[in-house]
Design a protein around this ligand. Sequence first.
Ligand code: TYC
Length: 113
Amino acid sequence: MRLDDIMMAGREDDDGQTELLTKTKPKTKRPPLYKVLLLNDDFTPMEFVVHVLERFFGLSHAQAFEIMLTVHKKGLAVVGVFSHEIAETKVAQVMDFARRHQHPLQCTMEKEE
Ligand code: TYC
């Protein structure tokens, strides 16, 4: 439960005791966040993946190299968490850039629990 789910107010009753009143507040839902995932393959050059991570995710060379290696070893990694619109844009940018360079690199998005 989030803190803003309940509003509390204090009021004194006839005996001077403070009663706590709780009311439910109209729900203000935060928009869901999306993980952007990069998938491993056997053909995309490591340097290309590092470049993609620097270019589209604003990572330093060292961070980009580290994530690339994680994907290479584990099969996939989360490269960032974004709103639906930003995640969609990142996925499209990566897929388009990879396609233009004729690499089979795959990037996808997944709703956060
Ligand atoms: N496995 C690729 C290779 O050995 C490198 C690679 C890393 C490809 C990460 C995709 O998302 C990827 N050249």
